[in-house]
Design a binder for this molecule. Structure first.
Ligand SMILES: Cc1ncc(C[n+]2csc(CCOP(=O)(O)OP(=O)(O)O)c2C)c(N)n1
Ligand SMILES: [Mg+2]
Length: 626
């Protein structure tokens, strides 16, 4: 027994938790990020100070940003390791809600330790406290409940022990993981109790690779053998499970082509002749054409977002069926599919055995190879432009430069704007482990890019990390640049300035709304001008902004300058921002896909009426997969 405060016991506990998979162990909680206020400075702040050698602590600049750092780190580590995040009460705590949602939606472990108001209630209402007259148990931290996979408020010291164990169970369970919140009342944090030695002893959380039920596997194999046009859709689960080698082996043995979701991009290297690349709303022609024709779709570790399914219009074969391999029963049951609840790698290995001697028809394989090769050519065309483009570089050209600089081991990080869709289509995935493509598209959260990229670099210091961030996303959360400077995290941030929201501007035009409110322009009479060309571009200098935050900045104007800057940035000892202006209107087209964005049913405007008509036509292809 030792007499410790709740915060001291928690810090010592977190420092000795380990995950283990395939015999490899690592820290479950690599360290702690935080921002102190009265709600955590004396409790957790004291404990982190005392035990900084056990659990490294770094301050962040915005609570949302620090959760993103933890999420980026966790994703790069295949969810085996993450960070804890401590905040004060009130605004510090609620600033984490967006980060928590991102982590939970993307199925990424993050441990949140928001401060909370007094368990005793004696001094209430305390500074920054929400008072609810009919329910004294409510606190602002309740906002974290729907976005947490586990939530508990520690009202008494002894409660910590059971809560901490539950928290680790959920964080380390690939089917359940996401944000885990232990709300820490500020008085309880500082309270001492007799802590049993067993609580503080090292503990290993083993991630067993769950095998599929034999019946489920043999049914899946039967369906695949009977299918004439099978298609694999690889999601993030393939990469988290380190199943890319097993996937390739199955594809080589059977000839089944592979299309990829955002989180699964890179599950099969792009040069593989049966790699179709992206599918869905941001997909390419190869992925979308074969999706349209497939009679059996084998979803591996995907949660079937509307981007992947093109809002349920992607799969048009009248009798299409799904087989869903997933660690989470919830995802395995989607689309009325055959659920195969299992770890992706084990399932792939067993499927390969069960399918021994089976190969798809020559016709279907030839079709996949032809479409794959045609798509590769289209990608090459889009990224090159052959110098016939006047004006600033296009985003496609910028992506190619980053892709080349990244080589086989580099990682691209992105989240929101027009870049994710362009990357999904154009990125050439070269890392056989599938760790070179990190686009957060579960929440597509503007502001994730810099802190998320920082997390990636901390998780994989041996890889070059390229963050692709738009001007809009940059402005959401530039403050974490300071954290990257302070921690000397050498990420290369390519800041693409197109003076506003190119993505949403294009979407707005496509629904007949003329890009309203998506350009940075002066307001007139309290509103944005209807004709953006009527006012000047705002005098914003984002490169100077990044410089003022301590980053090294290179201003580039052409693709040649960008290439030179990317080469020069390599080997820096802190973050480097490579600034470039891009052509706002020269976007990458979409390829035979659709996204359900409802258009106004009535309007005086002819453009809106036309958009509504084509919306209704497209809507007819939307299906229920039952
Ligand atoms: C936090 C957040 N708010 C709003 C959105 C909706 N949204 C998606 S992309 C986008 C604009 C992004 O602008 P920028 O980063 O400049 O990229 P661009 O569209 O110009 O490529 C907006 C507002 C979002 N994804 N995240
Ligand atoms: Mg922009």
């Amino acid at each position: 027994m030792s007499r410790l405060t709740v915060a001291q016991a928690l810090v010592r506990f977190l420092a000795v938790q380990r995950t283990e998979r395939d015999g490899r162990r690592e820290r479950l909680i690599a360290g702690c990020y935080g921002i102190f206020g009265h709600g955590n400075v004396a409790g957790l702040g004291q404990a982190l100070h005392q035990h900084h050698d056990l659990l490294p602590y770094s301050p962040a600049r915005n609570e949302q940003g620090m959760v993103h750092i933890a999420a980026g780190y966790a994703r790069q580590r295949n969810r085996l390791s993450t960070f804890a995040c401590t905040t004060s009460v009130g605004p510090g705590a609620t600033n984490m809600v967006t980060g928590a949602a991102l982590a939970t939606i993307n199925r990424l472990p993050v441990l949140l330790l928001p401060g909370d108001t007094f368990a005793t209630r004696t001094p209430h209402p305390v500074l920054q406290m929400l008072e609810v007259s009919h329910d004294a148990t409510v606190s602002v931290n309740d906002c974290l409940r729907p976005v947490s996979r586990y939530y508990e408020r520690i009202e008494r010291p002894e409660q910590l022990m059971a809560a901490a164990l539950e928290a680790m169970r959920v964080l380390s369970d690939p089917a359940e993981t996401g944000a885990v919140t232990l709300a820490m009342p500020e008085d309880v944090q500082a309270e001492a109790f007799e802590v049993p030695d067993a609580f503080l002893e090292p503990r290993v959380w083993t991630i067993y690779r769950q095998p599929p039920a034999p019946e489920a596997l043999s049914r899946a194999a039967e369906l695949i053998r009977a299918a004439r046009r099978p298609l694999i859709v690889a999601g993030g689960g393939v990469i988290y499970s380190e199943a890319t080698v097993a996937l390739r082996a199955l594809v080589d043995a059977t000839g089944i082509p592979v299309a990829e979701t955002m989180a699964g991009r890179g599950a099969l290297v792009s040069e593989h002749p049966l790699s179709l690349g992206a599918l869905g709303a941001t997909g390419g022609s190869a992925g979308n054409r074969l999706a349209r024709e497939a009679d059996l779709v084998i979803g591996l570790g995907t949660r079937w977002s509307d981007f992947t399914t093109a809002s349920k219009s992607a799969f048009q074969h009248p009798d299409v069926r799904f087989v869903n391999v997933n660690v989470a029963a919830f995802d395995a049951g989607k689309h009325g599919g055959l659920p195969v609840v299992a770890d992706a790698r084990v399932a792939l290995e067993q499927l390969r055995e069960a399918l021994a001697g089976h190969r798809v028809s020559d016709d279907w394989e030839a079709r996949a190879r032809t479409e794959s090769a045609a798509w590769d050519q289209e990608v090459a065309r889009v990224v090159s432009l052959d110098g016939d483009h006047a004006g600033p570089p296009t985003q496609a050209q910028i992506i190619k430069e980053i892709n080349d600089a990244a080589g086989e081991d580099g990682v691209v990080v992105c989240a929101a704007g027009s870049a994710p869709g362009d990357l999904h289509k154009l990125w050439r995935a070269r890392d056989p482990l599938g760790k070179g493509y990190h686009v957060e598209y579960g929440y597509s959260c503007m502001g994730y890019e810099i802190p998320g990229g920082m997390g990636v670099k901390l998780a994989a210091p041996e890889r070059d990390v390229y963050v692709l961030v738009g001007d809009g996303s940059y402005l959401m959360l530039p403050g974490e640049l300071v954290t990257a400077v302070a921690q000397r995290v050498p990420i290369v941030i390519v800041l693409v300035d197109n003076h506003g929201y190119a993505s949403i501007g294009a979407l707005s035009r496509s629904v007949g709304s003329a890009g309203f409110g998506t350009l940075y322009r002066y307001s007139e009479n309290g509103s944005v001008p209807l004709d953006p060309a009527s006012t000047e571009v705002l005098p914003i200098d984002l490169a100077a902004n990044a410089e003022s935050l301590g980053a090294r900045v290179m201003r580039t104007k052409s693709i040649g300058e960008l290439r030179a800057a990317l080469a020069e940035a390599r080997g820096a000892d802190g973050p480097v921002v490579v600034y470039i202006e891009a052509d706002r209107y020269h976007g990458v087209p979409s390829y035979e896909s659709w996204w359900d964005v409802p258009v106004a049913e009535v309007s005086e405007d002819e453009g809106v009426r036309a958009a509504r008509e084509s919306y209704e036509r497209a809507h007819e292809h939307q299906r229920h997969y039952l």
